[in-house]
Design a binder for this molecule. Structure first.
Ligand SMILES: Cc1ncc(COP(=O)(O)O)c(C=O)c1O
Length: 432
């Protein structure tokens, strides 16, 4: 491939990619096909998006029908039925009273929108001084400036200035001593007390919200210690701080429950969503917000006034809503979240068998989500990159974050496909 080809790939070493491109030509079900017509297993649901596998005819049909009926309409001061329908459906499955749905186009936009909602809510209650955000080391909250400020992954921050002032980071929950612990560790809940220390140091009255991924995903799957999220919830409650779960990866059945919030039994004040919301067919994200937050914000603006000066041209895009409705219908009709729960023990067992390889430094996982961390090679990330290239040659597409392989197969995978994913990983690890 010509190095001067105009396409600039995201989160990709462009020059080496263009020397040896990995092109995906077609997809169906659990598989991709490359340009040579060879089949590759999808080990990561695209990028945590295609939980129903690729190319579902029901989603195609919904998008196509919607396009012929209403291709686009302005989302500001106008609505369309699909947006209301999808919001109704999401409100049915979101936990507790997180029943107000603000649509966006990506996870990054969901995070930045949730940050603004938090600021606006406090302001509407006369607490405009609550402007600090708390997040966590090793967090990933997308790539917009708000989300990058919350982010705890150094490479995503280092070139882009100072970020939002006053953002504070809890310690991450990786524990060297608890390597190879399946599911939640019994130790580490006390790390949540970092939030209390921020309250003591900076004053609760300066803190707007605490954002966490219930399971930190992009950094390599860090499952929260037992009791950790509960403690964050308690500290937030005590000090009037909003708790936001970023469920862009963990939402829609990935943990075997509709949301990680359900799986861990902790209800946040907002949940950010994207990816599997539309099965990846059309970009879409959303923020699910507690009813009281919406009520407070809307009722404190004068009647007839815009309450939230925020939104995107493509918010609640009709094609995204159609894809979202079709996806949600399949989740319900085919009991997909329950299916993920049934597959979990088999998948996790297969994944944890990979610890037999000497170069595996740690394995972490829950639901249909797993991180396999390799001992670093000469340079951090080099072994991960090499593994990714070998997987592609052996017919497997996965995500690699530095030296950690991330598996997140579609929730419709058959057990023998899960076995095959782990077999290919095992073969490649043996060759590294
Ligand atoms: C937890 C989390 N938040 C936000 C994002 C950003 O989503 P997007 O890439 O759709 O902007 C991601 C993406 O992986 C994510 O994992």
């Amino acid at each position: 491939m010509d190095q001067n080809t105009p396409y600039w790939l995201p989160f990709t070493p462009n020059r080496s990619f263009k020397r040896a491109p990995r092109l995906l030509q077609r997809a169906e079900g659990m598989y991709f096909w490359n340009r040579a017509g060879e089949r590759l297993l999808d080990g990561c649901s695209g990028l945590f998006c295609c939980s129903l596998g690729h190319g579902r005819p029901e989603i195609l049909e919904a998008i196509s029908t919607q396009y012929s009926e209403l291709d686009f309409g302005p989302p500001f001061r106008y609505g369309h039925p699909g947006a209301f329908e999808l919001a109704d459906r999401l409100a049915e499955i979101t936990p507790a009273d997180l029943n107000r749905i603000f649509f966006v186009n990506s996870g990054s936009e969901a995070v930045d929108s949730a940050m603004k909602i938090a600021l606006l809510w406090h302001r509407s209650r006369g607490q405009a001084q609550r402007q600090r955000f708390v997040s966590r080391e090793r967090a990933y909250h997308g790539v917009n400036f708000g989300g990058v400020s919350l982010s705890g992954m150094p490479r995503n921050r280092e070139s882009f200035g100072m970020g939002l002032p006053g953002t504070l980071h809890l310690r991450h929950t990786f524990d060297e001593a608890r390597r190879f612990t399946p599911g939640q560790s019994e130790h580490g809940a006390e790390l949540a007390l970092d939030l209390q220390r921020f309250v003591d140091l900076h004053g609760a009255e300066t803190i707007a919200a605490c954002f966490v991924e219930p399971i930190a995903g992009s950094t390599g799957i860090l499952v929260p210690p037992r009791g950790y999220l509960e403690r964050l919830r308690a500290i937030c409650d005590e000090h009037g701080i909003l708790l936001v779960f970023d469920e862009v990866i963990t939402g829609f059945g990935r943990t075997g429950s509709p949301f990680a919030s359900d799986r861990f039994g902790v209800v946040p004040d907002m949940i950010t969503l994207a990816k599997a919301l539309t099965n990846g067919a059309v970009p879409m994200g959303a923020v699910a917000v507690r009813e009281g937050i919406y009520e407070q914000i809307t009722s404190s603006a004068p009647d007839g006034a815009i309450e939230f000066f925020h939104g995107y041209t493509y918010s609640a895009h009709p094609l995204a809503c159609a894809a979202g409705m079709a996806t949600q219908k399949i989740y319900r009709d085919e009991a997909i979240f329950e299916r993920a729960a049934q597959l979990e023990p088999h998948f996790q067992q297969r994944v944890f068998e990979l610890q037999k390889h000497e170069i595996v430094r740690d394995i972490r996982g829950l639901g249909l989500l797993a991180g396999i961390e390799l001992e670093p090679g000469e340079k951090a990330g080099a072994r991960g990159t090499l593994a990714l290239e070998r997987f592609f040659e052996e017919g497997l597409v996965v995500r690699v974050s530095a030296d950690t392989l991330i598996l997140a197969p579609a929730l419709v995978a058959e057990p023998d496909q899960l076995d095959r994913i782990c077999e290919i990983v095992s073969q490649v690890l043996a060759s590294l």
